[in-house]
Design a protein around this ligand. Structure first.
Ligand code: FE2
Length: 185
């Protein structure tokens, strides 16, 4: 089956109108990820990492996320539901929880999930995760969010101190840029 990004976005948008949109989008992403080659054919083989926008609106963002080899992004939340579907490579997700009464909103690791090609996961609005691409090549995933991923007020946690700070999309973009520079021969 061919993967049609426009149709996928349209199906996601339709799911927003029903009950439990995250569950329905989760099913759409799971179905798409079950044919990873079709997504790769439609979106192209990656030659650089990044947050590639397929659609951005107030109630829906769809990204083609390309992780550089061995890249890690710090713990962060989304404050909206999210669905991840891997179509190439791997993502190791660590899930974090706030340490009760800890100063500075510190978090601690709570669980982890290794995602492989064809795997998908639905994340709740309160989820805090960090992501590592553990392999020496690009890993690629569809990431769908129930809001405007780039505009939402949310948090990230310093990777060294694990203290909470305001999410800075420019810092995230710089991480991808640095990963691209270090991936160049
Ligand atoms: Fe995330």
């Amino acid at each position: 089956m061919r993967f049609d990004p426009e149709q996928f976005i349209s199906d996601c948008r339709s799911a927003l109108d029903g009950d439990r949109p995250s569950r329905h989008v989760g099913e759409l992403v799971a179905r798409a990820a079950s044919e990873p080659g079709a997504i790769a054919d439609a979106l192209g083989r990656p030659d650089r990492s990044g947050l590639h926008v397929l659609v951005r609106s107030t109630d829906l963002t769809v990204l083609n996320v390309v992780w550089a080899p061995h890249m890690t992004i710090m713990p962060h939340d989304h404050r909206m539901w999210a669905v991840i579907g891997i179509y190439s490579g791997r993502e190791d997700n660590i899930f974090w929880r706030r340490v009760p009464q800890a100063a500075g909103g510190r978090v601690e690791a709570a669980s982890a999930r290794s995602l492989c090609e064809k795997d998908s996961v639905v994340l709740g609005a309160e989820t805090i995760h960090s992501v590592t691409n553990p392999i020496p090549r690009y890993s690629c995933a569809l990431h769908v969010y129930g809001g405007d991923f780039f505009a939402a007020e949310r948090s990230e946690w310093d990777p060294e101190s694990l203290l909470e700070q305001r999410y800075d999309i420019e810092r995230a973009r710089r991480l991808f840029d640095e990963a691209n520079r270090s991936a160049l021969p």
